[in-house]
Design a protein around this ligand. Structure first.
Ligand SMILES: Nc1ncnc2c1ncn2[C@@H]1O[C@H](COP(=O)(O)OP(=O)(O)OP(=O)(O)O)[C@@H](O)[C@H]1O
Length: 261
């Protein structure tokens, strides 16, 4: 028996209004993501990565096509999909703990349970000691860890991440990548990860969807064969560097095609 993909997108189109006309930003998107798979979306700026991710999150509609999660059409945002954006989107007047608790309202948990679950998730991202700090008292990496704890607190099966480490310095970014790998491996989530950073995409992903430009579409899908768990430093192995170069070439081909059109 064939297993159902976690996410299946077929013939999806998306346009935005531009004055009186409409501009197609996503054209005939077809992709499948398996259960527990880690995939990245990469491509030149403006190719529609964030638009596609927010459609998967149910935050934007689309005109044509079909999108199924576990075989069921998506009709809007849902607790089966956690979302983490580049900007931390924490509520500044709430502490780290309260930010996570806030996401757990309306989950049917009692107040005591909510605090317990929120604490467990701060622990998961190694922030227990900072539970009572306000966002302004946390570093960028810590804020993003709260955002991850919040997104995971209601136990989604799919985590959608839009450039989550894009604003962090290189060292913190590396630490966050490792933390994410660890959480993904322990909790068996399906992750869809948007990034500009090819090294990051190759390090984290099972497969990389390279998107084409004008209109945005899936240009090619590249499998990353490196075994897991992947040790730190693997980014500099020869075969990994070659794969990074291949992904970069695929993105660049597209930008030069558009420049010369
Ligand atoms: N709300 C909107 N209204 C009109 N056009 C939009 C809207 N949102 C996005 N676009 C356009 O859709 C295209 C895709 O944008 P999107 O942000 O998805 O690209 P991206 O690949 O994520 O870009 P980047 O890598 O720079 O973040 C762009 O041309 C953008 O200008």
């Amino acid at each position: 028996m064939q297993t159902l993909p976690k996410l299946k997108i077929s013939h999806l189109d998306k346009s935005f209004s531009a004055g009186r006309s409409r501009i197609k930003v996503l054209d005939d998107i077809n992709l499948e993501v398996g259960d527990n798979e880690f995939v990245s979306l990469v491509g030149a700026s403006g190719c529609g990565k964030s638009t596609l991710l927010s459609i998967i999150a149910g935050l934007q509609d689309f005109e044509q096509g079909e999108m199924l999660v576990d075989g069921t059409p998506i009709t809007g945002p849902g607790r089966d999909r956690g979302v983490v954006f580049q900007s931390y989107t924490l509520l500044p007047w709430l502490t780290a703990l309260q930010n996570v608790e806030f996401a757990l309202r309306e989950t049917g948990h009692g107040a005591k349970d909510i605090t317990e679950v929120a604490r467990q998730h701060l622990d998961l991202v190694k922030l227990s000691r900072f539970a009572d700090r306000f966002p302004s008292q946390l570093s960028g990496g810590m804020k993003q860890r709260v955002a991850i704890a919040r997104a995971l607190s209601y136990r989604p099966k799919m985590l959608l991440m839009d450039e989550p480490f894009g604003a962090l310095d290189a060292l913190t970014r590396g630490q966050m990548q490792e933390l994410l790998m660890q959480i993904w491996q322990e909790h068996r989530l399906t992750v869809i990860f948007v990034t500009h950073d090819v090294e990051e995409a190759v390090y984290l992903s099972d497969r990389i969807f390279v998107m084409g430009l004008n209109p945005g579409r899936i240009k090619e899908c590249i499998t990353v064969p490196s075994a897991r768990p992947r040790p730190t430093g693997i980014q500099h192995d020869r075969d990994v560097l070659e794969l990074q170069a291949r992904v970069l070439k695929s993105i660049r081909e597209e930008t030069s095609r558009v420049e010369f059109e």
